[in-house]
Design a protein around this ligand. Structure first.
Ligand code: 5GP
Ligand code: MN
Length: 327
């Protein structure tokens, strides 16, 4: 097992990044590791470098205000951690990772098979990068701040311990973290359920405008650039739309896509149990987990949906996850 403390011994400056468009697990794993390293090595510089947009709902986590968002050149790191992602999804932080003396990759995405670091801890069976970190921490240097971050990442990646990635081990880990004493009810409400009025409106619009196909086994909704600008919404306002669509009775796969540039879409996929959407996302240069994945696609909405449906239909017909990621 990766020994984080050993790997960081003697380091003067350590960097940490998660994926672009960071979600709860990406942000919280970075902040948990930062505080853990500061507890273990007082005096060492630990930078968390993340790209905007960074959701403000996580601003209760220790270190949130210190997140570096500007990526200046000329900063070099002894150790660099890529959390909750592969090399491609590091975005601007990729330059720091590549130039670091030692690179460490900690992730739970099944599409990131081997890891991209000199040292790797990759486990697709684990609910979240935060749960994986908790295992790697082995109970040392964990305090209430670290516990809050880890619990938050677990809550967001498991949909409050509901998604199939939740294991008995996840619950044991969450139980141990709760013992550090924080208001878990308020935390869950804030990071998972609460939405701004605007977010609720955009959710409502996407549900209203959604289109079912394949006899109601798939559903898609999308937002073009013009509509996003009309409402004044950003990617962080779309959290939860695709899972709400997946909740529709009879739906095996839900798709949500938003336009990032002319006829360029960021696509989110969710599946209830039959389809492995990571395998589909990988075909389009993306990745993720069996039940939640994403990719970027270009063309009209019709083209994108058509391309995705071929693979969805194939899996539904075969009734299995027959194909491997490489095929
Ligand atoms: P979401 O739909 O919430 O953006 O992402 C669902 C899951 O798929 C997350 O675990 C996310 O990290 C992963 N994912 C989303 N987009 C991409 C992508 O373009 N590439 C890879 N490798 N993973 C992605
Ligand atoms: Mn994650």
């Amino acid at each position: 097992m990766l020994d984080i403390i050993k790997e960081c011994e003697g380091a003067g400056r350590i960097g940490i990044s998660g994926h672009v468009r960071p979600d709860g697990d990406a942000i919280s794993s970075c902040l948990a590791l930062r505080k853990y390293l500061l507890n273990a090595f007082p005096g060492v510089i630990v930078d968390v470098n993340l790209e905007e947009p960074i959701p403000t709902i996580f601003d209760g986590e220790t270190g949130y205000a210190e997140i570096r968002r500007d990526f200046p050149d000329g900063v070099s790191y002894d150790v660099y951690f890529a959390l909750d992602c592969n090399r491609e999804r590091l975005g601007e932080a990729g330059k720091y990772f590549d130039a670091a003396k030692k690179r460490i990759n900690i992730d739970h995405h099944e599409s990131n098979k081997e890891g991209v670091g000199d040292e790797n801890a990759i486990d697709p069976e684990i609910s979240s990068t935060c749960e994986l970190l908790y295992k790697l921490f082995e109970g040392r240097y964990v305090d209430r701040d670290v516990a809050i971050c880890l619990y938050t990442g677990m809550v967001t990646d498991t949909g409050v311990f509901q998604y199939s990635c939740t294991s008995p081990e996840t619950m044991r880990c969450a139980a141990e973290l709760m013992q550090y004493g924080f208001d878990h009810s308020a935390l869950i409400q804030r990071v998972f359920y609460e939405k701004t009025y605007l977010q609720t409106q955009i959710l409502g619009r996407c549900l209203m405008e959604s289109v079912r196909f394949m006899e109601g086994r798939c559903v898609v909704s999308w937002l073009d650039k013009k509509t996003q600008e009309f409402y004044g919404v950003l990617s962080k306002d779309f959290e939860g739309i695709v899972s709400q669509l997946r909740n529709i009775r009879g739906v095996d796969v839900s798709i949500f896509m938003y336009e990032t540039a002319n006829q360029e879409y960021k696509v989110s996929l969710r599946s209830s149990e039959k389809v492995n959407v990571a395998q589909i996302a990988v075909r389009f240069g993306g990745g993720g987990h069996a039940r939640a994945a994403g990719c970027n696609m270009s063309g009209t909405v019709y083209d994108c949906v058509n391309n995705l449906s071929k693979y969805i239909e194939k899996q539904l017909k075969e009734g299995s996850e027959g194909e491997t990621l490489e095929s």
